[in-house]
Design a protein around this ligand. Structure first.
Ligand code: FAD
Length: 235
């Protein structure tokens, strides 16, 4: 992990490799950028191409944080694994996206796969910053236990805030890479159905982000039960 102090817009301030194909990048925030928690921006390398990346940090923070998955053979993401502290990224100063916590909802069920946790983290950090008391349950799924970025942070947040629950789950139980995992197993979409069974569709708002298959399953299954479901697919 390498870090430098707050820098120029787009300057890489901090790099943390969660796995060889999952990376957290903190960059200097463009002066003109205002955004709401849960939004995304176009980001990439000057002269190459920009991709859509959810902002994992909250609006009140002075930097931007991204959580990036390396797509094998991809035109952009492998290059983002070659940048280091002090390098420059192009970050658009226009944020997009409509994910948000609804002030009227009594509780929120947030469901993400791997990097899908990025906009959910922004929403949760923002809610805590603003003193929002809505009950928030975060379900986080991955194939392997080391592919759950921010897991420790969410576990700490849940331990410190009784209105926040965090439930990670991994789907490839039988693989040696998961041998040390003692937590929940199985895919996150059936877990979402299970957890939602004890929730009231009239007062619960659902958000699903990340893998398009998971997002579609959650939208279809929970939408059919009357839950309002907002989604953002990354692929
Ligand atoms: C609203 C939004 C928010 C996003 N937020 C994030 C984020 O926070 N972190 C993050 O890592 N990614 C995020 N993405 C996905 C990201 O924009 C793309 O994965 C990335 O731009 C792929 O870039 P690439 O040039 O390396 O791959 P490309 O050259 O575009 O694609 C190479 C191949 O990989 C496939 N592919 C592309 N993206 C994915 C994917 N995500 N999963 C599996 N296969 C894929 C393509 O279909 C193509 O076949 C987001 C996407 C959207 C639409």
């Amino acid at each position: 992990m390498t870090t430098t102090a707050a820098g120029a817009p787009g300057q890489v301030l901090h790099v943390e490799d969660v796995t060889p194909s999952l990376r957290i990048l903190r960059v200097g925030r463009p002066g003109g950028l205002t955004f709401a928690a849960g939004q995304y921006v176009k980001m990439g390398l000057a002269g190459l191409r920009l991709g859509s990346f959810s902002i994992a940090s909250a609006p009140h923070e002075t930097f931007l944080e991204f959580c990036i998955e390396r797509i094998a053979g991809g035109r952009l993401t492998p290059r983002l694994f070659a940048v280091g502290v002090g390098d420059h990224l192009e970050v658009s100063d226009r944020a997009k996206g409509r994910l948000r916590l609804h002030p009227a909802a009594r509780q929120h069920l947030l469901v993400g796969t791997v990097t899908g946790i990025a906009p959910l983290r922004s929403l949760v950090r923002d809610a805590l910053h603003r003193g929002m008391r809505t009950r928030i349950t975060v379900l986080h799924g991955a194939s392997h236990h080391d592919e759950l970025p921010y897991r420790e942070e969410f576990e700490d947040l849940a331990a410190a805030n009784e209105h926040i629950t965090y439930r990670p789950t991994i789907s490839r139980r039988g693989e040696g890479r998961n041998a040390t995992w003692t937590g929940a197993t199985g895919r996150v979409d059936p877990l979402a159905l299970d957890v939602a069974a004890s929730m009231d569709p009239d007062t619960t708002h659902v958000i699903a982000t990340g893998n398009s298959g998971m997002v579609a399953n959650v939208r279809t299954a929970l939408g059919a039960k009357g839950f309002p479901v907002a989604t953002e697919a990354f692929d």
